[in-house]
Ligand binder design. Structure first.
Ligand code: 13P
Length: 246
């Protein structure tokens, strides 16, 4: 049985004042012992977040593939660990688009993250054009074959986030999510073998909120959610944690 993971991605939002939200989020996590709950705030808040709520998993939103060196503005996986992070998102579509990250970049980052002792949440997802053209499963499979670290076990999580569903209020149908997650599981089996693939959690992300969480989390092979906007406040995030605990 895979434990459910509900992870919040604050993206470039939040300040020290926002950390008060973690108190109620941590309380909800404690009341849902069968669910793993994580928050990935901006780098500058990781250390304070981890210190404020040691029972909550805290993650980064990116890391560099190299352990150290002349990479101005970047952060190494070991630095995230030192700050108190236990996981990191890599290959988010916003970074693939804005920072031109390739599948090979994402794979190298995921390998570096896992080598440093972090759980790597590797993201994939198709554009609206791909979705409309019926190319979703081909695109996502291709991304994962290029982005997934082959040496990963339990330290790997996959997040399926259709780009057209991020921040738009749109979501795929439950049947579409089921089909894509089954395809992802198949790619994991192909790359990792069945035993290890069965241990990898596959999250759905894109406009998850209190109203749709229960339906999305009930879809076969959906092992949790990666939540953007609705993770910024406890008021919006806690009902998603509660839905996962059902
Ligand atoms: P929203 O939940 O705001 O659509 O964002 C999803 C996402 O990109 C999480 O990584």
């Amino acid at each position: 049985m895979r434990r459910r993971l509900i992870a919040g991605n604050w993206k470039m939002n939040g300040s020290r004042a926002s950390l008060v939200e973690l108190d109620a989020i941590a309380a909800a996590a404690a009341a849902a012992p069968g669910v793993d709950v994580a928050v990935c705030p901006p780098f500058t808040l990781i250390e304070r977040a981890a210190a404020r709520q040691p029972g909550l998993a805290i993650g980064g939103q990116d890391c560099h593939a190299a352990p150290k060196g002349a990479h101005t503005g970047c952060i190494a996986a070991a630095m995230l660990v030192e700050a108190g992070a236990t996981m990191v998102i890599v290959g988010h579509s916003e970074r693939r688009a804005d920072q031109h990250e390739t599948d090979a970049d994402v794979k190298a980052k995921a390998e570096a993250a896992i080598a440093a002792g972090l759980i790597a949440i590797v993201c994939c997802g198709e554009t609206q054009a791909h979705h409309r053209a019926g190319e979703t499963e081909a695109v996502v499979s291709g991304q994962l074959r290029g982005s997934l670290p082959v040496a990963a076990g339990d330290a790997l999580v996959v997040a399926y986030e259709p780009i057209w569903a991020i921040g738009t209020g749109l979501t795929p149908t439950a049947a579409d999510v089921a089909a894509v997650h089954a395809t992802i599981r198949g790619v994991l089996v192909e790359l990792l073998g069945r035993a290890r693939a069965e241990g990898v959690r596959i999250l759905y992300g894109g406009s998850v909120n209190a109203a749709n969480a229960a339906e999305l989390l009930a879809v076969p092979d959906v092992d949790g959610a990666l939540v953007g906007g609705a993770s910024l406040t406890a008021e919006a995030f806690v009902p998603i944690i509660e839905a996962a605990a059902q």
